[in-house]
Write a protein that binds this ligand. Structure first.
Ligand SMILES: Cc1cc2nc3c(=O)[nH]c(=O)nc-3n(C[C@H](O)[C@H](O)[C@H](O)COP(=O)(O)OP(=O)(O)OC[C@H]3O[C@@H](n4cnc5c(N)ncnc54)[C@H](O)[C@@H]3O)c2cc1C
Length: 362
């Protein structure tokens, strides 16, 4: 038997960030992850403190953004890889009213940490259509999720602590004292499932309201300023190859089709043409399914009955900025910290009633 403090199941943003946080806290942690396509590898990897139609500050923006900068930079140092890119986001205004609103809002002291500049005339950024100017958001950027996942995998693999396989739920054994849980030839104090939308198939956590939200992106070749990430209805994130960008994303709750669709491609290109004025050639199209939650907050904590298993999920549309913070909150709780308001907001406890309902029905 290999004995660990923790086993993490799933190697997307949730699983990787949790494994790192446990490792930083000197816990003996192993990851078991299949090599299937996931939300993380499709993601454009944007982190943006000011989001939504109303341009509001992200929940807990100050804490989230301070945490994510330190967290990803530390992993870059430990792995010798390069995946964290800081780049301002430029959001053109669509009307003079919006411009006026923003001139007023930008005086708000709570937002000033995140606003670099407001343009009231066209900015002059290459190939950008912005007759009413726009706003430049700082503390923003993107991570190259493929490099982040690969670097994490290599790091833990070298230590013999990353297994590539799909976990079979029938192979778990819970000890009679309920203090240990074993999976095949490994045992741990706790196993934390970070399975994205696959958690709906997990026999212990299928009652957790993880809601699938399909998204599609395009990889395109075009001309565009590399000083900013253009973002208005759609975003364009620079890729490794020169003049190649990822344009995204769609939000499809209905999930009528698996795979890429013509409808999503047209929707993205239509929005793109409203903010960009140079020819664009589509090279490829991608799709994935985001694991969202009803209140748009991550879901973390231990099972109501089996205290040796837990979950980290529900990262939704903002996995890059939420995962490091959520992993920290979960590990503090696992380390015995008294639950505070932030933990209560994210805790799986808020959905325990769904579990008891499902048990009583069975
Ligand atoms: C089109 C699109 C664009 C996006 N753009 C952004 C963006 O710009 N910025 C941002 O912050 N977020 C973005 N997201 C959201 C982001 O991708 C998610 O929030 C995040 O990746 C979710 O991570 P996760 O680890 O919870 O799930 P996943 O990435 O789905 O990872 C779960 C992993 O667990 C594995 N797994 C499941 N069950 C098992 C099992 N039994 N055994 C072993 N392994 C298992 C799965 O195969 C998968 O690899 C985007 C998503 C999509 C679809």
């Amino acid at each position: 038997m290999d004995n660990y403090d923790y086993i993490v199941v799933g190697g997307g943003l949730a699983g990787c960030c949790l494994a790192w946080e446990l490792h930083f806290q000197n816990k003996n942690v192993a990851v078991i992850a299949d090599a299937e396509n996931n939300s993380t590898l499709v993601a454009a990897g944007l982190f943006n403190p000011i989001t939504g139609k109303m341009l509001s500050k992200t929940w807990q923006a100050e804490k989230l953004f301070a945490t994510l900068h330190e967290f990803y930079r530390k992993i870059e140092e430990q792995t010798g890889s390069d995946f964290f890119i800081e780049l301002p986001i430029y959001r053109p205004f669509i009307s003079i009213e919006e411009q006026n609103n923003w001139m007023a809002l930008s005086e708000n002291p709570g937002l000033q940490n995140f606003i670099e500049k407001v343009f009231i005339r066209p900015s002059g950024f290459e190939a950008v259509l912005d007759p009413f100017g726009g706003i430049v958001v700082k503390q923003a950027g993107f991570i190259r999720t493929d490099i982040f996942v690969e670097a994490t995998k290599e790091y833990f693999k070298k230590k013999g602590k990353w297994k590539t396989e799909k976990v079979n739920y029938n192979d778990f054994i819970f000890s009679e004292t309920k203090e240990q849980v074993a999976y095949r030839h490994s045992s741990a104090e706790k196993i934390i499932f970070c399975e994205g939308v696959s958690s709906l198939q997990n026999p212990w956590f299928s009652w957790v309201p993880v809601r699938p939200l399909k998204g599609e992106t395009l990889t395109v070749e075009t001309t565009l300023s590399k000083e900013i990430i253009l973002n208005r209805g759609v975003y364009a994130v620079p890729q490794m190859a020169t003049d190649t960008f990822k344009i995204g994303a769609t939000y499809d709750h209905q999930m009528e089709n698996q795979g890429i669709t013509e409808k999503a491609k047209n929707e993205l290109l239509q929005k793109w043409e409203m903010i960009h004025n140079k020819p664009t050639k589509v090279l490829s199209q991608q799709w994935g399914i985001r694991p969202t939650s009803p209140d748009r907050k991550p879901i973390l904590g231990l099972h109501p009955e089996f205290k040796t298993i837990g979950i980290l999920n529900g990262l939704g549309t903002k996995g890059v900025s939420l995962a490091p913070f959520a992993a920290k909150v979960l590990v503090e709780f696992l380390n015995g910290k008294q639950p505070d308001q932030t933990y209560q907001t994210l805790s799986l406890n808020r959905y325990y009633s769904l579990y008891w309902k499902s048990v009583n029905k069975a």
